[in-house]
Design a protein around this ligand. Structure first.
Ligand code: NDP
Length: 324
């Protein structure tokens, strides 16, 4: 079987498609024939070696996949069943989805929800699942469509695109922040009501004019600092990403004077019940047009080239890897 293998030589990461044997697969109780995987920002960091995602080489990257159970020692899963996986360190410290076959723990798998096929599941992937968790975080904080605009940063990326589409479908007015003019038509087609340039988020004062009832931030650093300073009284920011950097040059002012909530969102260790809820919501709330608008399809061999493109901010939407 074929897999993308990451090796490290002289401190540099090398990626190549290689043949592997079934016996080389790691321990686990369910073996899955993978049909689709995807490239997320974290995969791009791992494949290019630009982020310290992987500590043990050789490693098969791929933090998510969808496919068919080949064999299972876990009574919850049976051969032929459609399943999907995101997170749990798969593709980071356990061989992942950029492979024709994976062996994993049954606890990490989600039975593919009705109404979704494997390709659609990976158009959503880790990025879309995270976008749903961010929207649910805003709902949990009491942010409602009538409260005002929601700002989405890194809007043309995988998380951002899905967040824009979901929020629009749920009736929220959406302002999309993007660093690229070329993405504007795409963002409008997903449902963004207006688009702001990333340049406008370069500098911030501790408090600025109140603009946003809620926010989904995938960028971090100065952009997140500006968003915090512009939140309405009592607003909530769901922060999940660091595409612009992991720093946060802010002050306590938005928190102590405007009652702003900064809610972190992690998709890797999300408990099973919340996972199931988020996948059900994705089936229900993503418009069918989303699946036609937002995916570029590539082969396993193209993954390194597209990982570079992701790191250079040359991709919009989701990058889907066809395995079978
Ligand atoms: P993508 O690469 O698809 O999208 C990232 C977007 O961020 C780009 O499209 C771009 O949007 C913007 N961007 C890129 N570079 C910069 C920069 N230097 N400064 C400011 N903005 C930039 O990534 P994903 O959508 O897959 O992931 C987004 C972030 O969320 C990543 O940091 C990722 O690690 C994180 N993430 C976290 C998860 C969690 O569990 N917490 C799960 C999934 C993702 P535009 O061109 O429109 O400005």
């Amino acid at each position: 079987m074929q897999a993308l293998i990451l090796e490290q030589h002289d401190g540099k990461t090398h990626a190549s498609v290689q043949a592997i044997e079934e016996s080389q697969l790691p321990q686990g109780d369910v073996t899955v024939d993978i049909q689709w995987s995807s490239l997320n920002y974290k995969d791009a960091l791992a494949i290019t070696g630009k982020g310290k995602i992987i500590r043990n080489f050789p490693m098969i990257p791929g933090i998510d996949f969808a496919g068919v159970v080949h064999s299972s020692e876990d009574p919850r899963f049976h051969a032929g069943q459609q399943v999907l996986l995101t997170g749990w360190g798969v593709g980071e410290n356990h061989w992942g989805g950029l492979s024709q076959r994976a062996r994993v723990q049954g606890d990490w798998l989600v039975a593919q929800p009705k109404g979704l096929d494997a390709r659609q599941a990976m158009i959503i992937g880790t990025a879309g699942f995270t976008a749903m968790l961010c929207v649910m975080a805003l709902e949990d904080a009491g942010v409602r469509p009538q409260d005002g605009e929601i700002v989405v940063t890194g809007a043309s990326g995988g998380v951002g695109s899905t967040a824009v589409a979901l929020l629009h479908k749920l009736g929220y007015p959406v302002a999309a922040v993007s660093g690229r003019e070329s993405t504007h038509d795409y963002l409008r087609s997903l449902g963004a009501n207006r688009i702001l340039s990333r340049d406008e988020f370069a500098e911030t004062r501790p408090l600025e004019k109140q603009l946003w009832a809620g926010a989904v931030d995938t960028v971090g650093d100065k952009v997140l600092a500006k968003v915090l300073a512009q939140m309405n009284y009592g607003g909530c920011v769901a922060a999940c990403g660091l595409a612009g950097g992991f720093a946060l040059p802010t002050t306590v002012m938005p928190f102590i004077l405007r009652n702003v909530r900064l809610q972190g969102v992690d998709s890797v260790m999300t408990p099973a019940a919340r996972r199931a809820e988020a996948w059900q919501r994705l089936v229900q709330d993503l418009p069918s047009s989303f699946y036609n608008q937002s995916a570029t399809e590539i082969t396993l061999a193209q993954a390194p080239e597209f990982a570079d493109k992701i790191m250079n901010n040359q991709i919009q939407g989701r990058t889907l890897v066809k395995i079978a």
